[in-house]
Design a protein around this ligand. Structure first.
Ligand code: HEM
Length: 428
C-alpha cells in the first residue's frame, strides 16, 4: 500500500512497495522530515535529503566529502559503502570517491580526452548500434526492451568508445549482466525476486573488469589509437599525465557510472512514455515532422520525472554541518535523494505530471557541483537516439504486462526495471 501524505508516521523505506513507487514516501519525507535519519538495508545509518533546495546545497557543499575514509564507521571497519569489490583493490582512486585537489586534477585530465566533440563524432556509431539491436527483435512483434535493448546498448557503446576490441565486448556484456542481476540493497520481492541477491557475484565481475582494463591500458600504451583509452593515456595538463593505474580506474568508472544509469534512462523513459499515450503521441508527431526540440526537452523531463539515479552517491560530513535546519555530525553519511528533489513542488510546477516540453527544468538527475555527471553528453546522445529510433521504427509499441506485475531492480542508488515486455506490429 502506498504511503498517505497526511499519515503521522514515517513511511517504511526500502520495502518492495517502495521500490515499485517511492514517490508517495518521498512526498511524505519532503513534507514532514526533509532531512531524515534512517537505517539502510545494509545496516548503515544515513541522512536522506529530499527537498530540492537542500539537495542542491548538499551536492555543492565541500564539507561533505566523497571519500569513504570520512565515514565514522570506516574507522571500525563496519562501513559498507562504495562499489562492491572496491575494498582493498588498488584502483580505488576514481572521481566518485575523491575530493579536491585530487578530484580537480583527475577531472581536468579526463575532460581533455572525454570531450563533447568526441561524443558528437560518436553519434553515427550509436545510431548503428541502436538499429542493429532493434533489427534483432523488430520482426518478432514482441520483445523485452530491457534485456534485448536498454541493457546491451550502453555496454557496447562505452566499450566501443573506450576502444575495447569487438571480440572482448561480450565478456563485458556478461560481467555487466552479473552486476545487474545481483545489485544488492533492498530485500527480495514477491515472486522470487532476488533484489537483495549476493554481492559476491558483483564483486567478482567488477574485479575481472578492472583487471581487463588495467591490462588493456598497458597494451595500448605501446600502440596508441583514436579511442578514449588512448586519449586518457595521452591527456596531459601542465606536463602532468594520468598514471597507468589512474587511467585504469578512470576507464572503469566511466564504464561503471555510464552503464546502469543509461540502461535505466532508456528503460524508465520508455516505460513512462508507454504509460502516457498523450505525451508519447506528441513526441511521435514531432519526430515525424523532423522536429527534435521536443526530443531534447523530453529526455530531460524523463530524467526529472523518473530518473535512473534515485540517490546520489555517498557523501560524508567532514565536520558538523547543518542542512535544512538539521545538524549532521562529523562522520555521518548523507544521501541526497535526487528522485525526491526532482518532484519538489517548491521547485517544479505540477511535479508529478510528465510534460515533455517542460522548459524550467533544472533537474538534479545528473547531480550538481563539482561531481556533475561527466558523461551527460553521451547519456543524452544514447537516450535520445534510443527513444527516437524505437518510437519511429515501432510506432505502435505497447506494454505487454500490467504495470503492477513489473518488477524493479533493487539497488540502493539506482532505480530501474528488471524487464519491460512490449508488443508491436512486426516490421515488414
Ligand atoms: C557522475 C547521473 C550517465 C560518467 C554522475 C552523478 C550523477 C550521474 C547523478 C553525480 C553523482 C554524485 O554527485 O554523487 C547520470 C545519469 C546518466 C549518467 C542519470 C544517464 C542517464 C553517465 C555516462 C557516463 C557517466 C554515460 C560515462 C560514460 C559519470 C562520471 C561521474 C558521474 C565519471 C563522476 C563525475 C565526478 O565525480 O566528477 N552521473 N550519469 N555518467 N557520471 Fe553520470
Amino acid at each position: 500500500m502506498q504511503h498517505d501524505a497526511t499519515a503521522p508516521t514515517p513511511p517504511d523505506l526500502f520495502t518492495w512497495e517502495f521500490a515499485t513507487d517511492p514517490y508517495p514516501a518521498y512526498a511524505w519525507l519532503r513534507e514532514h522530515s526533509p532531512v531524515h535519519r534512517t537505517e539502510l538495508p545494509s545496516g548503515v545509518e544515513a541522512w536522506l535529503v529530499t527537498r530540492y533546495a537542500d539537495a542542491r546545497q548538499a551536492l555543492a557543499d565541500q564539507r561533505l566529502s566523497k571519500n569513504p575514509a570520512h565515514h565514522s564507521e570506516a574507522a571500525h571497519g563496519r562501513g559498507k559503502v562504495g562499489i562492491p569489490g572496491e575494498r582493498g583493490a588498488n584502483l580505488m582512486t576514481h572521481l566518485l570517491n575523491i575530493d579536491p585537489p585530487d578530484h580537480t586534477r583527475l577531472r581536468r585530465l579526463v575532460a581533455k580526452a572525454f570531450t563533447p566533440r568526441r561524443v558528437a563524432e560518436f553519434a553515427p556509431r550509436v545510431q548503428e548500434l541502436t538499429d542493429r539491436l532493434i533489427d534483432g527483435f523488430a520482426g518478432r512483434g514482441e520483445a523485452d526492451l530491457i534485456h534485448e535493448f536498454a541493457f546491451p546498448l550502453p555496454i557496447y557503446a562505452i566499450c566501443d568508445l573506450l576502444g575495447v576490441p569487438a571480440e572482448d565486448q561480450d565478456d563485458f556484456r556478461d560481467w555487466a549482466g552479473n552486476m545487474l542481476r545481483h545489485p544488492g540493497g533492498r530485500p527480495p520481492g514477491p515472486g522470487g525476486g532476488q533484489a537483495g541477491g549476493p554481492r559476491g557475484g558483483v564483486a567478482r565481475s567488477v574485479k575481472k573488469m578492472r583487471a581487463y582494463l588495467a591490462d588493456l591500458i598497458h597494451r595500448k600504451r605501446a600502440d596508441l589509437g583514436d579511442d578514449l583509452i588512448s586519449g586518457l593515456i595521452r591527456a596531459s595538463d601542465h606536463g602532468e599525465h594520468l598514471t597507468e593505474s589512474e587511467a585504469a580506474a578512470m576507464a572503469f568508472i566511466l564504464l561503471f557510472a555510464g552503464f546502469e544509469t543509461t540502461v535505466n534512462l532508456i528503460g524508465n523513459g520508455m516505460y513512462a512514455l508507454l504509460r502516457d499515450p498523450g505525451q508519447r503521441h506528441r513526441l511521435q508527431q514531432a519526430l515525424a515532422a523532423g522536429d527534435t526540440a521536443l526530443l531534447a526537452t523530453g529526455v530531460e523531463e524523463l530524467l526529472r520525472y523518473d530518473g535512473p539515479v534515485e540517490l546520489a552517491t555517498w557523501r560524508f560530513a567532514t565536520e558538523p554541518v547543518t542542512i535544512g535546519g538539521q545538524r549532521i555530525a562529523a562522520g555521518d553519511p548523507v544521501l541526497v535523494v535526487l528522485a525526491a528533489a526532482d518532484r519538489d513542488p517548491e521547485r517544479f510546477a505540477d511535479p508529478d505530471a510528465l510534460d515533455l516540453s517542460r522548459r524550467d527544468n533544472k533537474h538534479l538527475g545528473y547531480g550538481h557541483g563539482i561531481h556533475y555527471c561527466l558523461g551527460a553528453p553521451l547519456a543524452r546522445l544514447e537516450g535520445q537516439t534510443a527513444l527516437a529510433t524505437l518510437l519511429t521504427r515501432l510506432p505502435d509499441l505497447r506494454l505487454a504486462a500490467e504495470p503492477a506485475d513489473l518488477r524493479w531492480r533493487g539497488g540502493l542508488i539506482m532505480r530501474g526495471l528488471r524487464t519491460l515486455p512490449v508488443e508491436f506490429t512486426p516490421e515488414g
